[in-house]
Ligand binder design. Structure first.
Ligand SMILES: [Zn+2]
Length: 360
């Protein structure tokens, strides 16, 4: 059993635990007990890695206080952590956290009325349209979609869970949003699943930032393939900008926390800091009003940072003419092919620029 296989087993067991905690038992799981034991023996580590913090507290104030204590503890264990330096040392692309995002937060409804989004697209509709497209361009169905399993999400978020030993992906879709949002988030998770299949074929595991670049590019392609109207594209750009600004604020917020922990010890001080940073980005409200609602601060610190580069990439592509979906798709696949062959993240920006110049 080589190191790739061990990583796959550990990832799959951990993800199966995550799904089973939510009462989801995927079919076509292909991982024998013998394989699990062998991998764990070689890895010499407990298989269960919790993906979400386990909080059994129903009292909200108590929950916030507990979270605050845990956050302060995490910060004190990582004093003076500098996220931008850390990115440099991991050879991740430089991100600009002072990006000048134009003021965009006019009411959604004034730009796009969800009622006009006549058809409600289910995940099945999206898959069917993709299959037709792949047939039309005679693209070999390398990325077999029979390996995708769809479930309703157990919370307000959508997920794509990878099962590398079974070579499948479990997609959990939230029903919380408007029709158009549901469509965009389904496109994003299907993007992850398509890229997962590509990784399984190539037997690679990549950093989360590469996963997110792939998911965002394939999301963009799916949106362009299925929703062709200009006003919908405007809405999509707006939605993407909104997501980017949120991620910039959450990342900047965490950077400040680690920089000046003494100044932001209490819950209230943290909430004030969050609002102050939102104002820096010319917005009054981010998606989360309380710092404690920002996902992943404790279990995956700086998770939001991994979305910044991919979303900047998508927005720069959307400034161009993206009507030729076939060309866009083939360029994306070619680009992802290069990314998965790389041994490190060095010069990711340069590779993107090449992709951009040859596509437009
Ligand atoms: Zn994603």
């Amino acid at each position: 059993m080589n190191s790739y296989e061990i990583k796959c087993v550990v990832e799959e067991i951990s993800n199966l635990h995550f799904l089973r905690d939510k009462n989801i038992v995927p079919t076509s799981v292909n991982i024998s007990l013998k394989t699990q034991r062998k991998a764990l023996f070689k890895q010499n580590k407990l298989p269960y890695i919790s993906h979400l913090p386990i909080m059994n507290c129903t009292n909200e104030i108590q929950l916030c206080n507990d979270m605050n204590d845990q956050m302060n503890e995490l910060i004190s264990q990582n004093k003076d952590f500098d996220y931008l330096n850390w990115r440099n040392s991991c050879l991740l692309p430089t991100i600009n956290t002072v990006l000048d995002i134009p003021i965009y937060l006019t009411e959604k409804t004034s730009i796009f009325n969800d009622d006009k989004f006549g058809k409600i697209y289910t995940s099945n509709n999206i898959i069917q349209e993709l299959e037709v497209f792949f047939l039309e361009i005679k693209y070999p169905l390398l990325y077999s979609m029979e390996r995708f399993q769809f479930y309703d999400s157990f919370d307000m978020r959508s997920y794509c869970v990878e099962l590398p030993c079974s070579k499948s992906s479990v997609i959990l879709l939230s029903n919380a949003d408007t029709n158009i949002e549901r469509f965009i988030y389904a496109a994003h998770e299907i993007g992850h699943a398509l890229f997962n299949s590509m990784k399984y074929d190539k037997r690679v595991i990549v950093p989360i930032e590469i996963d997110e670049i792939a998911a965002h590019l394939l999301e963009l392609f799916i949106v362009r393939l299925i929703l062709k109207e200009d006003n919908i594209l405007d809405y999509y750009k707006l939605d993407l900008k909104k997501r980017l600004v949120n991620n910039l604020v959450y990342t900047k917020f965490q950077m400040e926390l680690y920089k000046n922990p003494q100044m932001v010890k209490s819950n209230r001080e943290k909430d004030i800091l969050l609002k102050k940073i939102a104002k820096l980005y010319h917005i009054n409200n981010v998606d989360k009003q309380c710092w404690s609602q920002i996902p992943n601060l404790l279990d995956f610190p700086f998770y939001s940072g991994a979305y910044i580069f991919p979303q900047v990439i998508s927005l720069s592509i959307l400034k161009e003419d993206t009507r030729d979906v076939q060309k866009i798709f083939l360029s994306i696949i070619n680009f992802l092919d290069i990314l998965t062959k790389k041994k490190d993240n060095r010069n990711l920006t340069g590779i993107f620029e090449d992709f951009f110049d040859t596509t437009f």
